[in-house]
Write a protein that binds this ligand. Structure first.
Ligand code: SF4
Length: 411
């Protein structure tokens, strides 16, 4: 069975026309939304970012999608998201994110409810066949919606390679669950999440995307496109390909595809509208930017290296450097995937099951992927670093954010 995904180009600055064209080409909402349907439109509003930053969904795209939905006369329409941490604090709140991206203004113009999912009631639901979650807590608004339209922005993700419509669903989890998803392995957590609460339609805001670490303005990339489709996995496969990322390298896409007896590839996708090859770019990978900022660590990658191990590793190294141990890591080599090329370092840490057979590894860390804290401990053991001090510093940073958020919410 082939899945249809449309690509429409924004002409003369008319975003709404491109959104309409993309939805029409992808098959429209007719069979999905009727008079009794409760619709949740879920943009990516992970943190307060200006319009055209390429890091959050632009208000003009959210407005256009909402207009098309309203034309179906559904029972209700809510635009909802919760900022990245899963709770709100000053300078990093969902409302500030809505305001900065133009979503507040769009909702006001259309008289549609804007809902902060970080403040929503939650319900624990079972994850059928879950890998890292048996049950998961989800915002009730998402569970009570008949149709969820995921409207992400086209961007790279430091922990998951790409951040598109399936990763965007993380916004329906409360803070504690978001933290847990990072601990147990983010890609697999996203796959479990999307098994429990799968979006019914995906529309990517590819008007402006972002590469690298998503820093604004240097990492913003003009694309002038809208990508849409009924099958979010297929839409994300096309979105990844537009950024020059092989979707098979993205662990959560690969895993979600496998759950459906598919592969994360373009083969069974029917692309309509603009031709993908006319718009494909090569976005700088967060990992490459990371490597230029952390030159003390040598990375050895085999073909099977994927975002699962890579992103847990990146997070661990960031915390070690933040804790003042950058110099201690000088000369460290880390191995990801099924690499075989020999390493000259005397301190080699093999990360994950794929790298288990690496010759000469000082430490080998099992897991697919291993947990961030285990990676941190493994690296600390070969670099004479006090691991618990880094873990304490990491947890204390997270606790401070949590306390500040609770304090603000209780006022
Ligand atoms: S062990 Fe291999 S497949 Fe598993 S997360 Fe690591 S690199 Fe990916």
């Amino acid at each position: 069975m082939s899945h249809r995904v449309s690509i429409a180009q924004v002409s003369a600055g008319d975003t709404e026309a491109a959104v309409r064209e993309a939805i029409n080409l992808a098959g429209g909402f007719e069979s999905l939304i009727g008079s009794g349907t409760r619709v949740l439109i879920k943009p990516n509003q992970c943190k307060p970012c200006p319009r055209h930053s390429g890091f959050v969904t632009d208000g003009a795209v959210v407005e256009a999608v909402t207009r098309v939905v309203l034309e179906r006369n559904p029972a209700s329409v809510i635009i909802g998201d919760g900022a990245i941490a899963g709770w709100d604090f000053e300078g990093f709140s969902t409302q500030e994110a809505f305001d900065a991206s133009g979503v507040t203004e769009a909702a006001r113009r259309l008289d549609v409810e804007l809902r902060n999912l970080n403040a929503d009631a939650v319900e624990e639901v079972r994850v059928p066949g879950g890998t890292v979650f048996d049950t998961i807590c989800i915002a009730k608004t998402a569970l009570e919606s008949d149709v969820i339209i995921s409207v992400p922005v086209l961007k790279m993700g430091i922990r998951t390679h790409v951040s598109l419509s399936l990763k965007n669903m993380k916004g329906v989890m409360p803070g504690g669950e978001k933290r847990k998803s990072h601990r147990v392995g983010l890609d697999m957590a996203i796959a479990d999440l999307c098994t429990a609460v799968k979006p019914h339609y995906a529309i990517i805001d590819a008007t402006t995307g972002s590469e690298g670490m998503g820093d604004y303005p240097q990492d913003a990339r003009e694309m002038g496109l809208i990508v849409a489709g009924r099958d979010p996995l297929s839409v994300d496969i096309v979105g990844s390909s537009l950024m020059g990322v092989n979707p098979h390298e993205v662990l959560h896409l690969r895993n979600i595809a496998a759950r459906d007896n598919r592969v994360a590839a373009l083969d069974d996708i029917d692309i309509v509208g603009e031709r993908l090859q006319d718009h494909r770019q090569t976005f700088t990978r967060p990992f490459d930017v990371f490597r230029s900022r952390y030159p003390e660590v040598t990375m050895i990658q085999g073909e099977s290296a994927c975002s699962g191990c890579m992103n847990e590793l990146i997070s661990a190294i960031i915390y070690m450097k933040r804790a003042g141990y950058g110099d201690s890591m000088r000369g460290l080599a880390v191995v990801l995937g099924n690499a075989t090329e020999p390493a000259s370092s005397r301190r080699i840490v093999a990360i994950g099951t794929c790298a288990a057979g690496f010759p000469g590894a000082t430490v080998s860390l099992p897991g697919c992927p291993p947990k961030e804290a285990d990676i941190l401990r493994g690296i600390a053991s070969v670099c004479n670093i006090e691991a618990e001090a880094v873990i304490n510093a990491m947890e204390s940073t997270r606790r401070q954010i949590w306390d500040a958020a609770n304090d603000l919410m209780s006022r």
